[in-house]
Design a protein around this ligand. Structure first.
Ligand code: TYD
Ligand code: MG
Length: 456
């Protein structure tokens, strides 16, 4: 069939396509996101095969199938392997998203170094940096592997040929936004190029069994690069997050066909690359002030791991007509709700006062189990009285001021004791069930007013 090209408008946010330009994408409702691209027709949209001669695929009962244990290769970086569900699955396509400059290339180079142990040949393909730049980085990271190979390439045809010829044990493609498919005329980074790249790599991973890591500059809300279209196509989506102003980074799985999405890996960005943080609580509490009003320690679950964090509250007289409510790392609506509970149920009048809340270290917490800690932090600053030493506060707070039970109290309590704390304030229901831990005093509370009595 003769190839015919025509214009197509693709939404840069969701991938919706239409032959006519529109101001607003009907799919994702984004304004001004449609961009003209030239599509090649003919070889992509083949006419359906005639019904009569079609092959009918065999059916197979689910019970008759053989169980296949996916073979996994460990990278040796425990935090990385845990997030993947226990190592890299052969033939999987993994997307590593994150803001530019967060450390994706660094992480992948270190992971490849780990994977190349036992003589495994691994390949790092960079479309962003020259070989010399990658080499420089590898020296900084202390890479000593002889079987880690580097290529600087953006042509997808060449990359696929390279994979077929060399059959590496694992490959990293950095990044999807720089890759170019010659059969599409749009620029690298456009939705159609990104989609095509992802699709070709998916086919390659399944056909050859080579695990492929695809790096993408993608923010969680898809704001910068848009192509969230990739997420549906790949096996696993990992996000590398963190605040570039802080040293720690969190690797989180948001989709995983081969494992749980609950696990996180914590890293520290150092001069010599990323270092694993085996004890995140110690890191997040390392700069905590002693005996400071407004500072409260609580335990938040990150996947299956309890992590201790410091919540800070500052309540001060406002110089403005409308007092400020500035919240970092916590849900602003949740804080507003807890402030209302404080006013109504324990008679602390915060109206007319500025309220600032922050989670130290730039962490983000969405779990309601930290409600009581937020409330106590605000109260501590309001009263200008620090909490008794060695105290940790846990519990969800309801609208009537009741303190509600939380999940996994056992694990949190163990971590709290491990970090040297001696007293926990927990929901009454949980306190009854909690097994005794040596050196840890447990106070159960039903209502926020009880917590206030114990603490202040
Ligand atoms: P990079 O891996 O290039 O980020 P990405 O690929 O996500 O865009 O890392 C970017 C930052 O990391 C860079 O600004 C410097 C910092 N960095 C270190 O602090 N130590 C190191 O050893 C390396 C390699 C980078
Ligand atoms: Mg990079």
């Amino acid at each position: 069939m003769k190839k015919r090209s025509k214009s197509l408008y693709s939404c840069q946010a969701c991938g919706y396509q239409t032959p006519k330009w529109m101001g607003r994408c009907p799919e994702c409702e984004g304004w001004d996101t449609l961009v003209e691209e030239v599509a090649v027709e003919g070889d992509r949209f083949q006419p359906a095969a005639p019904r009569g001669g079609a092959r009918v695929p065999e059916l197979e009962s689910i019970l008759a199938m053989e169980t296949l244990e996916e073979p996994r290769i460990p990278s040796g970086i425990a935090e990385f392997d845990r997030v993947l569900g226990g190592g890299i699955v052969v033939g999987s396509l993994v997307l590593i998203g994150g803001d530019p400059g967060i450390g994706k290339s660094t992480l992948m180079l270190q992971a490849l170094d780990g994977l190349s142990k036992n003589g495994r040949r691994v390949l790092y393909i960079s479309g962003e940096e020259s070989k010399a730049q990658v080499h420089l980085r590898s020296q900084r990271l202390g890479v000593t592997s002889e079987t880690l190979f580097v290529a600087s390439e953006i042509q997808m045809d060449a990359i696929l040929a390279m994979l077929e010829a060399h059959k590496p044990a694992a490959v990293v493609i950095d990044s999807v936004q720089t890759m170019y498919n010659a059969d599409l005329s749009s620029a690298p980074g456009s939705v159609s190029q990104v989609r095509e790249t992802t699709m070709k790599l998916m086919v390659m991973a399944k056909k050859s069994g080579i695990p492929i890591f695809l790096v993408g500059h993608v923010t969680k809300d898809g704001a910068i690069a848009g192509p969230r279209v990739m997420e549906h196509m790949v096996d696993t989506v990992l996000y590398f997050e963190g605040d570039t102003n802080h040293i720690f980074r969190v690797l989180r799985a948001v989709k995983n066909r081969f494992g749980s999405t609950n696990e996180i890996g914590v890293f520290e960005m150092r001069g010599g690359g990323l270092a694993e943080v085996h004890n995140p609580s110690a890191l997040f509490l390392s700069e905590r002030p002693e005996n400071a009003p407004g500072s409260v320690v609580t335990a938040s679950m990150e996947g299956t791991r309890p992590i201790l964090v410091e919540i800070q509250g500052l309540v001060s007289r406002s110089s403005l007509g409308t007092p400020r409510r500035t919240v970092l790392g916590l849900d602003g609506n949740r804080v507003a709700l807890l402030v209302a509970v404080m006013e109504k149920k324990i008679g602390m009048n915060l109206s007319g006062l500025d309220i600032f809340m922050n989670v130290a270290g730039g962490v983000r917490i969405t779990e309601p189990a930290v409600d009581l800690a937020i409330l106590v932090a605000a109260a501590s600053s309001f009263l200008d009285r620090p909490l008794p030493e060695g105290t940790v506060v846990l519990g969800e707070v309801g609208l009537t001021g009741e303190v509600r039970g939380i999940s996994q109290l056992e694990g949190r309590a163990a971590e709290i004791r491990k970090m040297g704390f001696t007293h926990i304030i927990v929901p009454e229901s949980g306190a009854k069930r909690l097994k005794k831990i040596e050196g840890l005093k447990v106070s159960g509370v039903n209502h926020v007013s009880q917590a206030m009595e114990i603490l202040f």
